[in-house]
Design a protein around this ligand. Sequence first.
Ligand code: LP5
Ligand code: MN
Length: 240
Amino acid sequence: MEKTLFVSDIHLSYLKPEITKYFLGFLKTLAGQAQYLYILGDLFDYWVGDEEIKKPGASAIIKSLKEVSENGTDIFFLHGNRDFLLGEKFADAAGLKIINEETPVNLYDNHYLVMHGDTLCTDDVDYQKFRTKVHDKNWQNCFLAKPIEERHQFARYARATSEKNKAVKNAEIMDVNNSTVCNMFRKYNFRTLIHGHTHRPAHHTLTIDGVLCNRYVLPDWDAGGGYLQCDPTGCQIIFL
Ligand code: LP5
Ligand code: MN
């Protein structure tokens, strides 16, 4: 049967070889049997530039993604807050297509909107300020011009600061803002939103302007992993 798989927040890192192993297994078996695979951000724990494609950790993933795409699964990727610097060199090597941060998708006579999910967390004002800064093209060009080891140092510092901040942040702030979600449904006039980032996997139903809508939140792979499968009969979150 035709099917499409959605994953996010895999957070691949050489420090977590077991996640790499699970994800490679997922690509080889389940993803290889799908028509389309959508990776909705945070494939890597962090990404500091496409020079990294030659590093052993990344090259095993790239090789496997390329095999899946050459065997007939179309792969799409959108940026997360950890890998917003992943670029076209990676995309070429892995045989995937980088799509917009808000992408409407038509599948099996249904309209979906896919996103990473970080832009829905508008109560997290500190994060949104940080995001605006690092999404600035000048900032990115400056950052990418630095030596790779210096970029790693920045990324490690940013990761440690983020973990420290999260430990004292109110959990509510780190979830989506309901009116931001409603406005997203209105902006694109669709029925189903699929995103990750919050690490709160769930299927939410909500009524917006009298219309029943769905919001699927994808599981992260630090907590075991999983994916959303959509086919002509509907969508289902599957935990691994
Ligand atoms: O990622 P996660 O789940 O821990 O938390 C996110 C938000 N944090 C981030 C930061 C990333 O984890 C950092 C890794 C990105 C590396 C990319 C490449 C290199 C860039 C180097 C930049 C210097 O996205 C966190 C949210 C949480 O999701 C829930 O939604 O709360 O946001 C924060 O913690 C906000 C902090 O205020 C920002 C933390 C980084 C501060 C580093 C300062 C360095 C100077 C930057 C100058 C532009
Ligand atoms: Mn994220």
